[in-house]
Design a protein around this ligand. Structure first.
Ligand code: GDP
Length: 477
């Protein structure tokens, strides 16, 4: 009957189409089951049944191999003693916490997918504040690496010069068929070299397959290059029939704001965004040595949003617009380290009426001045703002910004991307629509593993393309 089918639907929604498991404690992580109530346009697309079943097997594996389980203790003991058998039941990817929060979210999703594809368990270095930002995503077992993990003290020192760095091992020619290593450090940072980049070759994965502990530092969304590896092709096809949804589904599965971040999100949303007829997000990230605000950035924001009719134009001739119909309301959520752009746009709609009669409210939750990624409160705000942006109906983002990528990906939105200004001038055209909601991989390898020579990896397959905002980047479309 109707009532049951309704409640089944509500139930389905709460679990995001089966992405989440039911039965986890609600109070300790309110966002997990409440988030569906805030996403107005839940993607018409559902996660594939194969992705759902793989997540459930992953959860079982995580439970079996998670911190302080028998298998975990055994593998850690082997790491301590340096003696191990090839047959360790559980193998791990350890994600080491570095860089800004947008980057961290993208690299966690990348590392998780890599773990899923290689039957490893993902463990997360809690760093300074990861536990304050994200709920545990997996049932019954923590994803945080324990404080007494034997390699913790070395995390800071892992670099391209470490003897355990995979690229360095290749350079030193210590990777042979008979090489065994209890752990390897993978350097997948923007400054990595041609040897480190061989991580993305199937041949090299054969060696890595036997290493129980892979320690990874990365500041890049490296999934597009994983899609170019033949050995993962079939599995990825089955997991993601629509390649544009990779980060969306992984992100909605993994990243649940903790109650303190969720409180911020819900309070702000209900106070400023919920009642509007339409919500617009404008994410302003300026990569300049000076803090701004800059006139050319303001010009660009207005040029883009007015031209694309994202914001209504104002009338400089009329003092007021006489309208007999109830005006539509738009809530504009602006995010930026600087409050200058927000103030100018807000003042414009205070001083002049809109030509459409629409009522426009402009809101900016914080203006932190500059990036302070070591501070708890600062990162909580950043996370809340990325999430709030993802709850909008129309999104405008800044080029090169992982902060914006997270918002668009979680929200399932194809944003309007503001082109990066050169020489402090507003580019013309000011913006373009994104091809897909996927983040951009900023530092992909340009190498053909089979032919062993350089190649344009953005031209190999139709679903991996160069990004709109960075000509050498790669993204899934
Ligand atoms: P990206 O540098 O734009 O790729 O994004 P990241 O998130 O990796 O690093 C930028 C960091 O600067 C964020 O994590 C925040 O700490 C801070 N930040 C940048 N823009 C904003 C903003 O609009 N709001 C807030 N609260 N913080 C911001």
């Amino acid at each position: 009957d109707n009532e049951t089918s309704d409640s089944v639907e509500v139930q389905q929604d709460k679990l995001l189409g089966g992405l989440l498991v039911d039965g986890l404690d609600e109070n300790s992580c309110l966002s997990r089951y409440q988030s569906a109530m805030y996403f107005h346009k839940w993607l018409s697309e559902k996660p594939s049944s194969y992705l759902i079943s793989r997540l459930r097997t992953y959860e079982a594996q995580h439970k079996q191999c998670g911190p302080y389980t028998e298998s975990f203790n055994k593998t850690v003991e082997q790491l301590r003693s340096g003696q191990f058998s090839e047959t360790s039941e559980c193998k791990y990817v350890v994600w080491i916490s570095i860089s800004g929060l947008g980057n961290r979210i993208l690299t966690l999703a990348s590392s998780f997918l890599y773990a899923l594809l290689t039957n490893r368990v993902l463990l997360v270095d809690p760093g300074k504040d990861m536990t304050d930002l994200f709920c545990e995503p997996f049932p019954d077992a923590s994803w945080f690496l324990p404080a007494d993990f034997p390699l913790n003290a070395q995390f800071n020192n892992f670099s391209q010069n470490s003897d355990q760095c995979y690229g360095k091992m290749l350079k030193n020619k210590v990777v042979t068929d008979s090489t065994v290593a209890s752990f390897v450090y993978l350097h997948i940072l923007h400054d990595y070299d041609d040897h480190d980049k061989l991580f993305f070759c199937d041949e090299d994965q054969k060696f890595l397959r036997n290493v129980p502990w892979l320690m990874m530092k990365t500041d890049n969304y490296f999934i597009p290059s994983i899609f170019l590896m033949p050995s993962f092709e079939q599995e990825l096809n089955d997991l993601f029939p629509n390649k544009e949804t990779v980060f969306h589904f992984l992100g909605r599965y993994l990243f649940h704001p903790t109650n303190s971040v969720w409180g911020r999100i819900v309070r702000y949303y209900q106070a400023y965004l919920a009642k509007a007829d339409e919500r617009v997000g404008i994410q302003i990230r300026v990569f300049d040595t000076e803090p701004g605000p800059f006139q050319h950035v303001l010009d660009q924001i207005l040029a883009c949003t007015l031209k694309q009719k994202i914001l209504p134009d104002v009338s400089y001739q009329q003092d007021a617009i006489n309208s007999s119909v109830i005006p539509k309301s738009k809530a504009i959520l602006m995010t930026s380290l600087n409050s200058g752009y927000f103030e100018k746009v807000r003042d414009m709609y205070w001083e002049y009426p809109t030509v459409t009669g629409e009522v426009v409210g402009i809101y900016q939750p914080s203006h932190e001045g500059y990036q302070q990624s070591q501070k708890h409160m600062h990162n909580q705000k950043a996370w809340a703002e990325m999430y709030l942006l993802s709850l909008t109906d129309v999104l405008v983002t800044s080029s090169w910004s992982t902060f914006g990528y997270v918002a668009q990906g979680l929200g399932g939105l194809k944003p309007w991307i503001l082109y990066k200004p050169e020489n402090r001038t507003a580019p013309n055209p000011p913006c373009r629509r994104a091809m897909s909601m996927e983040p951009c991989f900023h530092a992909p390898p340009f190498y053909d593993c089979k032919a062993k020579r350089g190649t344009d990896t953005g031209e190999l397959v139709p679903f991996v393309r160069h990004c709109e905002d960075m000509s050498w980047g790669l993204k899934l479309v």
